[in-house]
Design a protein around this ligand. Structure first.
Ligand code: B12
Length: 310
C-alpha cells in the first residue's frame, strides 16, 4: 500500500537505483513522497464548505477515500471529485440499508483503520442493517474482496493480516449482539478440522446460528479430531455438528474428523460447509451426513429433519 504513495520524487537524485527512477512514469509531481496536489483534511473541509470534523467523519465512515501519510490524512483530488459526484439526497431507511457499506468497510480495512471500520459497521446498523446481514452482506464481501486483491498480488500479505485482525475485533464486538431471546431450538457444535486456520469463518457461522435461536458450542479453527470426539462425548442432546473447511488442503483432515466422530458413535448428524466444499456429493465423499452452503440452509435442513437441500 505504502508504495502507492511513494512517488518518483521520493527517490533522491543520487539514488543508486537510477534505472528504477527512470522506470517509474512521472505522471504526478511528488514532494516528500506525497503527490503535491493531494489535499489535507482542512483543505478538503474548506473546499466542501464543511467543518474539519465533518470532513474527518466522511473519511472515518469510508465515504471519502483517504490515506494516512506520516500521521496526516491525505485526500487525492480524484477522490474528492468522486465524493462530490455522489448526489446528496435525503436519507431514507431503504437507501441507508442499501448504501455501499461493504466497499466502505473494505476501504477502511485496507488502510488498517480499525476505528473507521467500526464506524462503518455502526453506521450500517444505525441505517437498519441487522447484525446477521452485517456478517453476510458487509463483512464477508469485504473480506472476500481483500482475498481477491491478495491473490491478484495487489496487496501484501501484511495488509490482509492487518485487515483480518480488525475483522476479528469487529466480530468480537458484534458477537455480544448475536443473541435471540427465548428457549434455544437445540445445540450445534461447530469448528474446523486440524490445520484449518480460517477462524473468522467459524465465528461468523456460530453467530449466524445463534441469531437463528440455536445454542452454539464453537470449537474454533484448527481443532484436532480427538478434541471433537472428546467434546461431543461430554455433551447431551447435540442436534448437529457443523464442520467448516475453507482451505482445500484441509479436506483430508475434515474426512478424518467425520470418520473419528462416526467411529466414536456420535449420533448427531455431521454437516460440512465452507468454501472448500462444493456439493452434496463432495460432502458425501468426505464421509459427512449432509452439506449446507450457509447458516440459513443448515437451519432449514434441521427444521425439516433433512440432510440435503434437495
Ligand atoms: C482472512 C483470511 C485468512 C486469515 C484467516 C484469519 C482468521 N482469523 O480467520 C489467514 C491469514 C490466517 C489466512 C490464511 C490462509 N489463507 Co486465507 N483468506 C482469508 C480471507 C481474506 C477471508 C476469510 C473469511 O473470513 N471470509 C469470510 C467468510 C464469512 O466467508 P465464507 O466462506 O463465505 O463463510 C460463510 C459460508 O461459507 C458458511 N460456512 C462456512 N463454513 C461452514 C460450515 C457449515 C457446516 C455451514 C452450514 C456453513 C458454513 O458460513 C460462513 C459465514 O457466513 C479469504 C478470502 C475469502 N474468499 O474468503 C482468504 C482465503 C480463504 N485464503 C486463502 C488462502 C490460499 C490461504 C492460505 C493457504 C495462504 C497461505 N499460503 O498461507 C492460508 C491457509 C491457512 C489454513 N491452513 O487455513 C484462499 C483460499 C483459496 C483456495 N481455494 O485455495 C482465499 C480464498 C484467498 C484467495 N482469494 O485466494 N487466510
Amino acid at each position: 500500500m505504502a508504495l502507492n504513495h511513494i512517488g518518483p520524487g521520493f527517490i533522491p537524485r543520487w539514488c543508486i537505483f537510477q534505472p528504477l527512477r527512470e522506470a517509474i512514469p512521472n505522471t504526478r509531481p511528488y514532494r516528500f513522497g506525497v503527490p503535491v496536489d493531494d489535499l489535507t483534511l482542512q483543505q478538503v473541509a474548506d473546499e466542501l464548505g464543511v467543518h474539519y470534523m465533518t470532513a474527518y467523519r466522511y473519511v472515518r465512515l469510508g465515504q471519502l477515500e483517504a490515506v494516512k501519510v506520516g500521521g496526516v490524512w491525505r485526500v487525492s483530488r480524484q477522490a474528492l471529485d468522486a465524493f462530490r459526484a455522489v448526489p446528496v439526497e435525503p436519507a431514507s431507511s431503504r437507501r441507508q440499508r442499501q448504501a455501499p457499506w461493504s466497499e466502505r468497510l473494505e476501504a477502511r480495512l485496507l488502510v488498517g483503520d480499525a476505528t473507521g471500520a467500526w464506524g462503518v459497521i455502526e453506521s450500517a446498523m444505525a441505517g437498519g442493517v441487522a447484525v446477521g446481514d452485517v456478517y453476510t452482506d458487509v463483512l464477508s464481501p469485504a473480506l472476500r474482496q481483500i482475498g481477491e486483491r491478495w491473490a491478484a498480488g495487489d496487496i501484501d500479505i501484511a495488509v490482509e493480516h492487518r485487515a483480518s485482525g480488525i475483522a476479528t475485533r469487529i466480530v468480537g464486538r458484534l458477537g455480544s449482539r448475536a443473541v435471540r431471546r427465548g428457549r434455544p431450538r437445540g445445540t450445534i457444535v461447530v469448528g474446523s478440522p486440524s490445520g484449518e486456520r480460517h477462524a473468522l469463518v467459524v465465528a461468523m457461522l456460530a453467530d449466524l446460528l445463534r441469531l437463528e435461536g440455536w445454542d452454539v458450542c464453537d470449537l474454533g479453527a484448527d481443532t484436532p479430531s480427538e478434541s471433537f470426539v472428546h467434546v461431543l462425548s461430554t455433551m447431551d442432546d447435540v442436534t448437529a455438528v457443523g464442520l467448516s473447511v475453507t482451505d482445500p488442503s484441509c479436506l483430508d483432515a475434515c474426512a478424518a474428523t467425520c470418520a473419528a466422530l462416526h467411529r466414536a458413535g456420535v449420533s448427531a448428524p455431521i454437516y460440512v460447509g465452507g468454501q472448500a466444499i462444493v456439493s452434496e456429493t463432495h460432502a458425501d465423499e468426505l464421509g459427512a451426513d449432509g452439506y449446507a452452503a450457509d447458516a440459513a440452509t443448515l437451519v432449514r435442513l434441521l427444521e425439516g429433519g433433512r440432510r440435503t437441500a434437495v
